[in-house]
Design a protein around this ligand. Structure first.
Ligand code: NI
Length: 410
């Protein structure tokens, strides 16, 4: 054996062994992780009320000897796995835990037992998958250097979001992770595949509440009233010009108003109209300008027509930006683990995620886990009463995240 071979051969052998080990462990623990997912799925809890879920996470981690702490950001759980030389570098992994106020329509044995609450956004899958990753990394902890911080985050669905609260409570300190990974189920792609996008990926989100005030009265005598329905209609139409005339054509911007309440009658003009909607975009400066424009335009139009408009804009999550260099590396690692045909390039998405707060602090990579199974009819969209996943995706989810972590700790 030449010295050159002697130096290089063991390195390749080790990494090859680790990838095989991770695949074997993902397969070995798949049944356990599926039962954890089903337990969480049948006991869904709303934002910041995830007490049972937190208990379930802690007991699963305890079972495998993984050090953890409950009660961060009320119902969050944080765990730490120490490899060799644990101070060297820390990688953070995040899963969200909360469910939605939706009544489940799936006829499955793990159907929600909490009427009107459902894991319709797959956070049960994220949590179970992260427990699976934790089990794998705990088993392989003598194979990597550094530490892994596992962040089980409450309340992704509801402002202000658990991520912000966890960061305020110091989740990114002691030890401070250098980078963070998170994943989200994606019914658009088949189980076994994942999707990634570097740079800007998900939108900022804000909620807009407008109250248009006029003077109500008899519908047959409009000249005696100030009609808030007409004013509100003008406002809705005019605001779309922010999207079509003020937004840069290469800057996606969405203003959608799903609530328009004018509680009059056929012959009664009401005193006020309430409008509510959302605003999404991909640039923080432009986001501030949209808010100013919405306020100025809504108030100006109302005043010019003799009425008034109160504007309240509830600040939501920021733009989610995947770190370029980290995401490019992650894509390469994902191809090593899953094969090129199973790693898909994603496009910008105008939904929002509070993982964005983590990406404002440290380099982050948030990617999508395919959960669709066309043959078995598992195709429902997120946030619907029939959403479900192909649970085989958990094997991909937990294994890939373990692989990304080990590679990032080299
Ligand atoms: Ni979600």
């Amino acid at each position: 054996m030449t010295p050159k071979k002697y130096i290089f051969a063991p390195y390749h052998k080790t990494m090859k062994n680790i990838i095989e080990d991770i695949k074997q462990l993902s397969n070995k623990y798949l049944e356990d992780v599926i039962s954890i997912r089903r337990a969480i799925h049948s006991n869904p809890e709303l934002a910041f009320e995830e007490h049972k879920t937190a208990g379930l996470i802690a007991s699963a981690l305890n079972k495998y000897g993984i050090e953890n702490e409950k009660g961060i950001a009320k119902t969050g759980v944080v765990a730490l796995i120490k490899g060799k030389n644990p101070e060297k570098k820390t990688v953070a992994l995040r899963a969200d835990m909360d469910a939605l106020p939706i009544r489940e329509l799936n006829d499955v044995e793990y159907k929600s037992k909490n009427d009107g609450i459902m894991h319709a956004c797959g956070h049960d899958v994220h949590t179970a998958s992260l427990i699976g990753t934790a089990i794998i990394l705990q088993k392989l902890r003598t194979e990597f250097e550094g530490s892994v911080k596992l962040i089980f985050q409450p309340s992704e669905e509801k402002y202000p979001g658990g991520a912000k609260v966890m960061i305020e409570e110091g989740v990114l300190k002691k030890p401070s992770p250098e980078l963070i990974f998170g994943q989200h189920v994606y019914p658009d792609i088949e189980a076994g595949k994942i999707g990634m996008k570097s740079g800007k990926y998900m939108a900022s989100t804000d909620e807009i509440f407008l109250t248009v005030k006029g003077k109500g009265g008899h519908g047959a005598l409009p000249h005696k009233n100030i009609d808030p329905v007409i004013i509100a209609s003008h406002i809705i139409i005019a605001l779309q010009q922010i999207v079509s005339r003020n937004a840069r054509p290469d800057m996606p911007t969405v203003l959608s108003f799903g609530r328009f309440v004018a509680d009059g009658q056929t012959n009664v003009i009401p005193d006020k109209v309430e409008i509510a909607g959302i605003m999404r975009t991909f640039d923080e400066n432009w986001r501030k300008k949209i808010k100013e424009k919405v306020t100025k335009m809504a108030k100006g139009i109302a005043e010019s027509m003799g009425g008034e408009c109160d504007v309240f804009i509830d600040q939501g999550y920021p733009v989610l930006v995947n770190d370029d260099s980290l995401t490019q590396k992650a894509k390469k690692y994902a191809i090593e683990y899953l094969g090129e045909e199973n790693v898909i390039d994603l496009e910008l998405r105008t939904t929002a995620e509070d993982f964005a707060y983590f990406t404002q602090q440290i380099p982050g990579c948030f990617y999508r886990l395919g959960v669709r199974n066309e043959k078995r009819g598992i195709t429902s969209n997120l946030h619907t009463a029939t959403f479900d996943v192909d649970e085989k995706s958990l094997e991909t989810g937990m294994g890939l995240m373990a692989w990304l972590t080990v590679k990032s700790l080299l």
